[in-house]
Design a protein around this ligand. Structure first.
Ligand code: NAD
Length: 249
């Protein structure tokens, strides 16, 4: 079996880190992208290397096109051609209502959560496309159930960014299907990660978990399993699809 390479954006913590570990456990070489938390990325890199696969960490702000191009070039040099891209990096800003949302805030949200996925997908498709000499591949976008709930009164900008990401998943899946590339998405609900601290409410999952049909929040590892399934040959006929991981929401 030829060696497989996965690139995970925003991989130094949370769902990205859990996903990186899972792919490494399945024998993938792993490119960990991080924006600024070098210490966490290097600590995860050591953990992954101990599993006997290759692992590099590359600093890049995925909202910056030039940095994304450099990120892919660094991965090409160190690990070889990409097999799987996980567009995981995203931000959640403190809760706000529309009247308090500046254009700057919304632009930053869309640049980080949507434009980054377009640019990373473009770089991945160039390398994966069977029509351009590649071996095919898989892109998994990490969206959110917020894309369908809309998150009124708190995070409508975040929800709208994930809605845009879902539309990218659908359109791109059809655009590149004939090039041997599948594009799918996971839509987590309430997952225990530090993102909620950035979003202004560290205990959000605990506050809302009891209202879910399953009466609990999810773990990053539970999202990672679905990402891995979508990237694997077990889902070989799935493209343009969404898996909601939200405890029944
Ligand atoms: P997280 O905040 O731990 O992870 C996001 C990662 O993206 C962080 O490591 C962050 O540094 C990185 N990042 C942010 N901006 C970046 C940039 N410009 N360049 C590179 N990296 C950048 O939170 P998480 O919960 O692990 O989130 C992972 C994904 O899951 C995100 O797409 C998020 O929207 C989605 N999600 C999370 C939840 C949840 O409840 N935690 C729910 C739905 C969807």
């Amino acid at each position: 079996m030829s060696k497989k390479v996965v690139l995970i954006t925003g991989a130094s913590r949370g769902i990205g880190a859990a996903t990186a570990k899972l792919f490494a456990q399945h024998g993938y070489d792993v490119c960990l992208n991080y924006k600024s938390n070098r210490q966490a990325a290097e600590s995860l890199q050591r953990e992954i290397l101990s599993l006997g696969v290759k692992c590099v960490c590359v600093a890049a702000d995925v909202a910056d096109e030039a940095q994304v191009v450099s990120l892919f070039e660094a991965m090409d040099c160190s690990l070889g051609p990409i097999s799987v891209l996980v567009n995981n990096a995203a931000i959640l800003q403190p809760q706000a209502r529309l009247k308090d949302m500046s254009a700057e805030r919304v632009n930053q949200m869309f640049c980080t959560n949507v434009t980054s996925a377009f640019i990373c997908a473009r770089e991945a498709v160039k390398r994966m496309s069977t029509q351009m000499g590649g071996q095919g591949g898989v892109i998994v976008n990490v969206s959110s159930v917020a894309a369908r709930t809309g998150s009124p009164n708190e995070y409508i900008d975040y929800a709208a960014s994930k809605g845009a990401l879902d539309t990218l998943t659908k359109g791109l899946a059809m655009e590149v299907a004939a090039e041997g590339i599948r594009v799918n998405s996971v839509r987590p609900g309430l997952i225990y990660t530090d993102m909620h601290r950035d979003g202004g409410e560290p205990n959000r999952v605990d506050r809302l978990a009891s209202k879910l049909p399953m009466q609990r929040g999810g773990q990053a590892s539970e999202v990672a399993e679905a990402i891995y399934w979508l990237a694997s040959d077990k889902s070989s006929f799935a493209t343009g699809n969404f898996i909601d991981l939200a405890g029944g929401l």
